[in-house]
Design a binder for this molecule. Structure first.
Ligand SMILES: [Zn+2]
Length: 198
C-alpha cells in the first residue's frame, strides 16, 4: 500500500530514531495525525528548539543552553575534581544525587577497537588539555561497567597518573555491563563514595 506523501515523510522521519522500525514508525505517524493540532505544533517546536538552542559546553562537553555550562561556571564547585562520563545523560543521573560537587568531563563515547573509535575520536584530547591546569587533583572515571568502559578507564588512568593526578574508578555496586544512566541514586552515591584508586 502506498501512503500519501506527508505520511510517508513522517514515517521516514520516525524511522531515523533509534529502535524505531517501519511498523512502529507507521504507528507513531498515524498517532501524530490524530493528535490535536496544538500538541503537534508544540511537539515540532520542541524538536527544533532542542536542536537549535542546545549546544555542547566548550569546557566539559555537557549539553547546555549557555557556554560554558552552569556547572563549569559555578564558583561553588570543587575545581580540583573532574568526574569523567561517557554521555551527557550520565551527568544528569549524577547531578540528581545532589552529592557530587566537582566538575565533569563528557567523553561522548568510549574507546572501541572493534568500531575503530580511538582517543582522538572522543573527548580525550580536551580532557588532557583541562588537566594541564594545576588545579585538578583527582579524576574520577565513571565510564559504564562494560568492556569498552573498563578499557577506556584503564587507558585514561595510564595517561593521567604520570602527571601526578589521582585517578579513581567508581566502585562496583554497579553491575557489570550496566549503564550509569540506569543506576538508582543510592547505588550511584555508594559507587562514588566507594571509588577506588586505579
Ligand atoms: Zn561545562
Amino acid at each position: 500500500m502506498q501512503y500519501p506523501e506527508p505520511i510517508s515523510k513522517l514515517i521516514d522521519s520516525y524511522m531515523k530514531l533509534p529502535g524505531i522500525g517501519a511498523k512502529s514508525a507507521a504507528r507513531l505517524a498515524f498517532y501524530t495525525i490524530d493528535m490535536r493540532e496544538d500538541d503537534v505544533t508544540d511537539f515540532a517546536k520542541a524538536l527544533i528548539s532542542a536542536k537549535r538552542d542546545l549546544n555542547y559546553c566548550s569546557v566539559c562537553g555537557n549539553i547546555t543552553e549557555e557556554d560554558p555550562c552552569y556547572i563549569c561556571k559555578d564558583a561553588g564547585r570543587d575545581r580540583g575534581t573532574i568526574l569523567v562520563v561517557e554521555d551527557p545523560k550520565d551527568v544528569i543521573s549524577i547531578e540528581k544525587m545532589r552529592e557530587y560537587r566537582g566538575l565533569y568531563h563528557v567523553l561522548h563515547g568510549v574507546l572501541s577497537p572493534v568500531e575503530g573509535t580511538g582517543p582522538e575520536d572522543i573527548q580525550i584530547p580536551s580532557l588532557i588539555r583541562r588537566l594541564q591546569s594545576d588545579e585538578v587533583k583527582e579524576v574520577i572515571i565513571a565510564t559504564n561497567a562494560t568492556a569498552e568502559g573498563e578499557a577506556t578507564a584503564m587507558y585514561l588512568s595510564r595517561l593521567i597518573k604520570p602527571a601526578g593526578i589521582k585517578v579513581t574508578r567508581l566502585a562496583h555496586g554497579l553491575a557489570v555491563g550496566s549503564d550509569i544512566e540506569y543506576a538508582d541514586e543510592i547505588t550511584l552515591m555508594k559507587a562514588v563514595e566507594g571509588r577506588r584508586e586505579l
